[in-house]
Design a protein around this ligand. Structure first.
Ligand SMILES: Nc1nc2c(ncn2[C@@H]2O[C@H](COP(=O)(O)OP(=O)(O)OP(=O)(O)O)[C@@H](O)[C@H]2O)c(=O)[nH]1
Ligand SMILES: [Mg+2]
Length: 340
């Protein structure tokens, strides 16, 4: 699946650009007027922006309600008329990777005048009302924010993003602890970030060192851990240290393209440290967040943040309903809210 935006001066030109780039199967997700780029925009001129998607074969839209077989039970009249007027939007949302039921529920939230041609903002808002249950939303930091997960998912990058965003906001500095101290390269990378951000940095190579690094300060600490197998004993040690502490929040970090089966296995494998949240990285590289969200929901894990690129600090946002809706609609990161 590929979601792209096209800006031209007229609808016809924009649609021509969509079909030239994405081919005849492209489905228009939204059409809206936006300020033109550059000088034309300064003089109040507007362009047409079309957001379009090419459905992958497995995500072909279901037939619209009016085209279904006659034996489908009849819906009550009011619901039926809403379903009919939003059927095009539902098909397009399904083509963008949403399950049919979620697409229908989101479309039902569109304001009456926007049933057929909602703007991207209207779509995002409507979908946000349906994904609130997946989100941890805006919550104060625990004293220890701990990041665990398999190798290479983006734990260290996320810690750097969070500390740097907090610095940019001018809030109380978040200290960094690398409970990852046996790998010199990884520690040096994080030490360099801490030094640029101007925050405290401690490393811990053993249980005792970790106990010491977490004590003696009231500062909120971001604890980065090594990407290891949860079976190698490291997680049990970490649990031992954390269970003696108050105010701990553990984020299991997973890349957005992790399959449902793999995510289930990883969540079970990390159950020793009792993760409180799922933190999704690499949303920019995934076709859909839906499989991972579903599994997290079944395990009672709300999503804390979504990472959508390699840039520190900008490519990370708190998982609010609007951010999750943007990610599910495959919007470019520019359309997302900031993590603050
Ligand atoms: N595209 C993309 N890349 C990311 C994102 N977050 C992290 N990365 C990249 O993923 C790679 C691994 O990131 P790390 O932060 O070192 O991952 P880690 O989980 O700390 O890895 P280990 O400590 O080895 O387990 C780096 O190249 C990051 O730049 C993201 O949201 N999107
Ligand atoms: Mg790391």
């Amino acid at each position: 699946m590929q979601v792209r935006r096209f800006r031209e001066t007229t609808v016809r030109e924009a649609l021509n650009a969509v079909h030239a780039a994405l081919g005849p199967d492209a489905l228009v997700l939204a059409t809206e007027h936006v300020a033109a780029r550059g000088l034309r925009g300064w003089f109040g001129q507007r362009d047409v922006q079309v957001t379009a998607v090419v459905p992958s074969p497995s995500l072909r839209p279901m037939p619209a309600p009016e085209a279904r077989r006659n034996d489908t039970p009849a819906a009550p009249p009011a619901a039926a008329s809403t379903a009919t007027s939003t059927s095009g939007v539902v098909s397009r949302l399904v083509a963008a990777g949403l399950p049919q039921s979620l697409a229908e529920q989101a479309a039902a939230q569109l304001p009456p005048g926007a049933h057929r041609q909602p703007s991207m903002q209207e779509l995002r808002k409507a979908l946000a009302t349906q994904v609130a249950d997946y989100c941890a939303g805006d919550e104060p930091y625990a004293r220890l924010e701990v990041f665990v997960g398999p190798p290479g998912v983006g734990k260290t990058t996320t810690v750097a993003k969070l500390a740097a965003q907090q610095r940019a906001r001018g809030g109380a500095q978040l200290g960094i602890v690398a409970a990852d101290g046996f790998r010199a390269g990884a520690v040096e990378q994080l030490r360099a970030y801490a030094s640029i951000i101007g925050t405290t940095f401690r490393t811990a190579r053993s249980l005792d060192e970790l106990q010491e690094a977490l004590g003696g300060t009231r500062q909120t600490l971001l604890v980065d851990t090594a990407g290891r197998s949860p079976r190698d004993g490291g997680m049990r040690d970490l649990r031992k240290v954390l269970q003696r502490r108050k105010s701990v929040r553990t984020h299991l970090v997973l890349a957005a393209d992790t399959s449902a089966g793999t995510a289930r296995r990883i969540i079970e494998a990390f159950s020793e440290v009792q993760p409180d949240r799922l933190l999704i990285t690499k949303a920019d590289e995934a076709e859909s967040l839906m499989p991972l969200l579903d599994v997290a929901n079944r395990h009672g894990l709300k999503v804390s943040y979504v990472g959508n690129g390699q840039r520190v600090p900008e490519d990370l946002a708190r998982a609010t309903p609007l951010v999750l809706a943007s990610a599910l609609l495959n919007e470019e990161p520019g359309g997302w809210e900031s993590a603050s």
